[in-house]
Structure formats: structure tokens, C-alpha cells
Design a protein around this ligand. Sequence first.
Ligand code: BG6
Length: 476
Amino acid sequence: MSNSVFPNDFLWGGALAANQTEGAFLEDGKGLSTVDLLPAGEKRRAYMEGHIPTLELQNDLFYPSHEAIDFYHRFREDITLFAEMGFKALRVSIAWTRIFPTGEEDEPNEQGLAFYDSLFDCLLEHKIEPVVTLAHFDVPVALVEKYGSWRNRKLVTLFEKYAKTVLTRYRDKVKYWMTFNEINMLLHLPFLGAGLIFEKGDQELQIKYQAAHHQLVASALAVKACHEIAPEAKIGCMLAAGMFYPYTSNPDDVKAALDRDRESYFFIDVQARGYYPSYARRFFEENDIQIDMQPEDQEILKANTVDYIGFSYYSSRTTSTDPEVLAKSTAGNVFHSVSNPYLKKSEWGWTIDPKGFRITANQLYDRYQLPLFVVENGLGAIDVPNKEDEIEDGYRIEYLKQHIEQMAEAIKDGVDLIGYTSWGPIDLVSASTGEMKKRYGYIYVDRDNQGNGSLERKKKKSFHWYQKVISTNGLT
Ligand code: BG6
């Protein structure tokens, strides 16, 4: 479509994660994964933060990942619907524990490998490009028990082995890879991001940054492996993006916003530039953090930087140094943020800021000068069927439309954007709350927060809208 600002080969599509869709949590040899321990309900938050009473499953808790939306058995039906919408790409993740159930087997689990063969084949039959995340919030529980997860260097080697296994197996099928989903989440929800569990007296910041170092080295080794095994493929990092605004023009607020942005950019600075940013040294000194590095680490980081920057964008964030303003932080956001008086929020308290999307994309491109891939964006909302049992999700269309418009502006600004995979094109389990009622999809799934429902799929109004967006290459 010649008038569109989006490139002809722009990758329109959607994004999913294994643990939020597949279910079949112990089927065909899969091992228990950290996300399989996350219950629905009030306890979930403490678990995600690394305060976990036991690594055993409890009878009185409900674990939404165990069945999720049964994508494991229904992916063909779902992919047919994605193809009907005209998807060019589908972002999925591989569950580490389907390939190495405890993380330490000598040989990979063939049934797990075969499942992803079928999934990728099905996508390719529908001319949908698989975009694959190696780790989307999952670590084999066995590695948490034995090594304390990413706090231990051992995980680097085990992850590298897993990465090499899947890169080799799927090198003819997958052209876009990503290493760690929202790698900066580790600082905020350390069990979710890195399987970290804390005990009383632990120096949490020290442990988090040591684990971060291990993930950064593991990510660089995965990049190296990808470049060697599948030289035609591209491999990126993945940031939970959304810039921090200062609440006022008071330089203290401006400095606080800079610091909060650096908390996240720290990871991408290493993955994209190949070395620790200069500001990290002072931060480590002032917070008594000592990173234990192997002599070869600097060289590994330097030589194996990413090909593109994948990022999620749901909202901008705002910070202040005024205690009164700080006291009014929004509860809904994973990233502590004060309320921005100019912006509305979703039903879960997530700030809605389409222009912030354009600003964030510009900021990322200015900083890294690498292609950007928007691998998550969307509105979590409650969908209520009307009398005809249809879902008229005009609110979701409005959110996405405004964000896509701002994405087009970013392209006009000169930002090199290669694709847009909105989050949860089919309803799935919410990562932060474990709910089903927080829905993102163009396709409705009949399932509730307690796990009841037929799992039947149904098109929403937004299904037809997104189909048109894609068929006009973003013109409509
Ligand atoms: C991102 C994650 O943080 O946001 C996804 O990569 C997640 O896994 C998405 O689902 C939306 O968050 P939530 O909490 O609404 O599911």
C-alpha cells in the first residue's frame, strides 16, 4: 500500500507467552517451571516479588498457568484465526522446561521439541513469521531448588545449552529471536523475572544485580550462538519500556526521572552497546553492590550485541521527589509511578498515554540507533457480551488506534520500526494478576478467573478492525 508510512514488509501481528497460553503444564515430559508456582489471587504479588513459602504446589491454591487457554492443544484453531486477521508475525515463547524439564538433562526432551516444530510449521503454513522469545518469565523449578536460580553462575551455562539446542533445531523455521522478555522486570518482580527467592537478611539489591549480570552474559552468549548457528536470523533484547516523566520542572524531579529511566536502560545499554554504562559504577558504589564477573565476561558482552531492540509499551510513568505527590502512586502499575494529572488510566490503574509511545520510541532510537520492534502493546479490559452475545470492544479499538497512530508518527520522525505485535491477540492469563477477566484479545476465550468455561473461541469487534488495519498496512 503505497501511501502507508509503514514499510511493505512491516510485521503486524500479536504476542503470546507459553505460560500464559499453553497449559498442559506437565504434559509430554514438561518439567515444573517457576510460573507454574504462581497462584491466582492476593498471594500472587508476594510470590512474584520472591517471597515464597514453599516450592511445592498447594492444594488450596489455583494456578492459572496449569491449563491457561489450552493453546497446547488448540493452537491450530487459534492460528487459523490469526491468519484470518492477516497476521504477518506471531510472537511466542518456548517453555525452557518443555525442552529441558529440570534444566540439566544431557539430552533434550524430544516431545517438547516436536511440539514447537508443529507450532512453527503451522505458522509457516499460514505465512506467519514466528518471533520467538527464549525466556518469558520462566526458569525450571529444579534450578531454583538446586542453585537459587539466576543468582548462580551455573545458570549461564545451562541457558546457553538450552539456547543452542533450540536455535539449532529451529534454525530453518525461525528468523526472529529474543533472549529475555522484559529483562528489566527482574528488579521489580524478581521471582517472575529471574526465579529469585529472598530470605530474611538477604541483600536483595546485590542479589538482583548479580542475577542481572548472569542474564546479561547468558543473553550475549545466546546472541553469539544465534549468529553462529543461524546467521540469517536476527536476535534482539526485550525491554519493558515506557519513559519516566518528571512530575514538575523542578530539577530534582527531572533528575529522579533520569535515574528511573536508567534503571531500565541499564540492561539495554549493556545488550546493545556491549558494556556497562558509566553511570552504573557510581550506583553500584553507593549501594554497596559488587558484581562478581569472570575474566571473559567483558569480552563476551562486547562481542555479542543485539540486532534489534524489542520492547513492550503499555504506559508512560511519572516520578516526583515530593513526598506528598509520591504518596499518590498508582497502585496498578508494576513500575511505581505517580499519577499523571494529564492522563487517564485503565480499569487496572495503568496510565494510558499514546503520545508517550511515540516519545519512548524516539528516545530508544536516539539512544541505540538500532531497529525497534514493538513486541507488546494493548489494553487489559473487562469484556461484557451484549444481548446478541457479541463483544463490542470499542474501548480496545480506541486504545490500539491511538497507539498505532502514534507509531506512524514515530516512523515519520525517522524511527526504524520493523513490526508491531500487540499483546494477547487471544485472551490469556494476566501475568501480573493471574486473572482471565483482564482481557487483551481480538478473540474471546470462554474461561473465567476460577478456571470455569468451555474454552470456546469467539471473534470480538476488534477482530474485524485489526484485520482491516493489517490489510491496509496501517492506513485505516
Ligand atoms: C508484560 C509481559 O509485562 O505485560 C506479559 O511481558 C504480560 O507477560 C503483559 O502479560 C501484560 O501484563 P498483564 O499483567 O496485564 O498480563
